[in-house]
Design a protein around this ligand. Structure first.
Ligand code: BJW
Length: 232
């Protein structure tokens, strides 16, 4: 019975119509990262940042999970060992595709966070700067997103799962952002087999034991079928 930890990035949602960050025409080509994905950027121009995430929330709501999201849910349901999906994505396509054992390490566009008391609630489709917190009433609502310089969520739970992993798979992530880009090294350190699934080799691609190149909607269902068939 093997334990599987899966890290996903923007590439798994690309074929659902959600833009990635570092493609030539991706989000970071359209917006300066320091303006929209740092606490300092939010401090300088909260309207711009809230608008950026309102657009991302609308894009996520309009998108549907694809067969790669659904294949990971099937793996969780049918595999005898533990399957944990750790996503860097802020969309909810894994949940809507059926995954239950899931960590959103970079937050979620569907969630709002009070900068004054840390209370969380479901974000409205359109957030407005100065929205009051339903718990403490401070006008301090912000998108519940982990920006550069902030601590990603549930790191202790992630490293605990990595310490017990037999297989670690990274899907559709460019390996540019830490600590997520360091998970392959940690998994290898504890003896897990490591696999990268991507359109092209990522910046940390040489650290993986194996590689499966191609679009996630083809490669992920094929890999999941292989794991489930191998267990029969
Ligand atoms: C397909 C495909 C298809 C396309 N099929 N594939 C060294 C060590 C540790 C930290 C640092 C370090 N140096 C610097 C840091 C700090 C910093 C960092 O990493 N900076 C780098 C720029 C160097 N990290 C942080 O600040 C993080 N916090 C932190 O480190 O706290 C301290 C700490 C230290 C140690 C332990 C624990 C904590 C916070 C990072 C927050 C990232 N936030 C963002 C934006 C917010 C979310 C949002 O708006 O959505 O998160 S940045 C952005 O990048 C977003 C993503 O989640 C993240 C990763 O992007 P991803 O998913 O990889 O997308 P792309 O576009 O880069 O790649 C897409 C991939 O898909 C490509 O490979 C394509 O080939 C592929 N693809 N179509 C399959 N159809």
């Amino acid at each position: 019975m093997s334990n599987i930890v899966i890290l996903t990035g923007a590439g798994i949602s690309a074929e659902s119509g959600i833009e990635t960050f570092r493609a030539e025409t991706g989000l970071w080509a359209q917006h300066a990262v320091e303006d929209v994905a740092t606490p300092e950027g939010f401090g300088r121009n909260p309207e711009l940042v809230v608008e950026f995430y309102n657009a991302r929330r609308a894009a996520a709501a309009a998108a549907r999970p694809n067969v790669a999201h659904e294949a990971l849910a099937r793996l969780e349901a049918e595999h005898a060992g533990e399957v944990l999906v750790v996503t860097q994505n802020v969309d909810d396509l894994h949940e809507r595709g059926g995954t239950r054992n899931l960590i959103h390490m970079h937050g979620a566009v569907g969630s709002a966070l009070c900068a004054a008391c840390d209370h969380r609630w479901d974000a409205p489709l359109v957030m407005v700067v100065g929205d009051p917190c339903p718990a403490c009433n401070a006008p301090a609502a912000r998108p519940d997103i982990v920006w550069f310089g902030e601590m990603p969520y549930q790191m202790e739970r992630i490293f605990e799962a990595l310490s017990r992993a037999d297989i670690f798979v990274a899907i559709g992530t460019s390996g540019n952002v830490y600590p997520a880009a360091g998970f392959v090294a940690e998994a290898a350190r504890v003896g897990a087999k490591t696999l990268e699934i991507n359109l092209e080799r990522s910046t940390v691609g040489s650290q993986f034991d194996d590689m499966l190149l191609g679009p996630a909607t083809q490669t992920v269902p094929a890999w999941v079928n292989g794991i489930l068939d191998g267990a029969k």
